[in-house]
Design a protein around this ligand. Structure first.
Ligand SMILES: Cc1cc2nc3c(=O)[nH]c(=O)nc-3n(C[C@H](O)[C@H](O)[C@H](O)COP(=O)(O)OP(=O)(O)OC[C@H]3O[C@@H](n4cnc5c(N)ncnc54)[C@H](O)[C@@H]3O)c2cc1C
Length: 385
């Protein structure tokens, strides 16, 4: 079993925190197009939630990954996808490689403040010309004595406008495109870093998503995470946590929308009975609930494999793939049963419909997940010869 009685107390603390400190404010944050990341992260940091599985020496709690899954699942109860996404970036997308491979000095400088919530982190992989094809990034960090000088640009960076530092993937050599990259911690206040614009999005309206330029940005080589040339490999490892976390954060969000849809469809009457009484409606909602439970089982299995030290790439990829499918299907099906009200911004289902469309694009599009799975199965063209 993934969870024990030890998970109960942090789970309850998080539930109370979401009910008192996050959900009362999300409508305001959605309208404002951003949420106060520093304020929310500091409070979460004070409660220990930003470093659940991070090393104790750097301020983390040193717990296993089941606690991260528990947290991602509970965070899904936030009534906006934006805040869970931003928190996930901090805990499971921008910091795993640093925690695993960073020098002690680097972890003290960047990881500890990300765990206490004093610093907001972001992850800079995607570029205007390279999203799915990560190895094709053009941003490069030229060696100059003990420094790197970075030029290039990153696109769609979550937390980008508010972040204090970015975990940046850049080319540090000219060799094979899978061995010429490094991950580098870059303070966002460094001369030459510009937040060019905050992007206007379909959904995730309370999350800030930025385009960032790097123009002659000089940082010490000691800001590099681990070995030079291993950045692509580290990023691929870091994607496993990102994908599992993102999938787990969908679960409660979907259950909330199913529950809201049941409540709405039960009281709304047409043709002399409630909308919910139509078999096509309550059967469909039962199917969707089943899909959520299937996804949950897959996530738990992947997490158990990870905790046991096994390679969980295929399971985490499947979870991300299914979360993407469900992100398209579930809110869309539920919205239908709200009729005209489903199309109104004031209903939760319309926000869920917009927010969850991202699940099959960001952090690796659905087709990229299928490519990874096919590689694992040895079925990509050329693999069988
Ligand atoms: C709101 C938001 C937040 C984001 N946050 C971050 C962040 O914090 N950090 C970061 O680095 N990035 C972030 N991203 C970027 C995100 O990870 C990329 O958008 C994603 O990886 C897809 O890349 P792309 O947009 O360049 O699509 P492209 O690579 O241009 O692909 C377009 C489409 O082509 C199809 N496709 C791609 N490859 C294949 C293939 N091999 N076979 C078949 N079809 C294929 C897919 O349908 C894909 O959606 C974010 C994006 C959004 C929208």
């Amino acid at each position: 079993m993934l969870f024990t009685a030890d998970h109960d107390e942090p789970r309850r603390t998080l539930q109370k925190f979401i009910a008192s400190e996050i959900n009362p404010h999300v409508d305001e944050w959605e309208a404002a197009g951003a949420f106060p990341a520093h304020e929310v992260f500091k409070k979460l940091g004070d409660l220990g939630f930003l470093g659940l599985n991070k090393p104790v020496e750097f301020g983390g709690l040193g717990l296993d990954y089941s606690y991260s899954v528990m947290m991602a699942e509970e965070i899904g109860a936030v009534h906006s996808g934006s805040v869970p996404m931003a928190i996930g970036v901090q805990t499971d997308m921008a910091t795993p490689a640093l925690a695993r491979f960073g020098s002690d000095e680097l972890r003290r400088e960047f990881l500890t403040p990300a765990i206490t919530g004093e610093a907001v982190a972001c992850i800079g992989v995607s570029e205007p010309g390279a999203g799915s094809d990560v190895a094709a990034i053009k941003t490069h960090a030229r060696s100059d004595g003990d420094d790197y000088v970075i030029d290039g640009g990153k696109m769609w960076i979550t937390n980008g406008a508010q972040a204090d530092w970015i975990c940046l993937l850049a080319n540090t050599g000219d060799g094979s495109r899978h061995r010429n990259k490094s991950l580098i911690c870059v303070p966002m206040k460094t001369k030459g870093v510009t937040v060019a614009r905050k992007l206007d999005k379909l959904g995730m309206r309370a999350s800030d998503t930025a385009q960032i330029f790097f123009d002659g940005v000089r940082v010490p080589k000691s800001n590099r995470i681990g070995e030079e040339g291993k950045g692509f490999t580290y990023q691929m490892m870091q994607f496993q946590e990102e994908r599992l976390w993102a999938a787990a954060a969908c679960l409660k969000a979907h259950e909330h929308i199913i529950a809201e849809t049941i409540a709405y469809a039960r009281q709304r009457k047409a043709f002399g009975h409630s909308i919910l009484d139509n078999q096509t409606v309550h059967f469909k909602l039962a199917e969707l609930q089943t899909e959520v439970e299937l996804l949950r089982s897959l996530i738990y299995r992947a997490a158990e494999a990870m905790i046991g030290g096994a390679d969980m790439t295929q399971l985490a990829t499947m979870a991300k793939l299914k979360a993407g499918h469900l992100g398209r299907e579930l809110p869309s099906a539920c919205l239908q049963y709200w009729g005209g009200m489903g199309y109104m911004n004031e209903t939760p289902v319309s926000r869920a419909f917009r927010d969850s469309r991202l699940a099959s694009i960001a952090g690796g599009a659905e087709e990229v997940m299928l490519t990874i799975l096919c590689k694992g199965m040895g079925t990509l063209p050329g693999m069988g010869q």
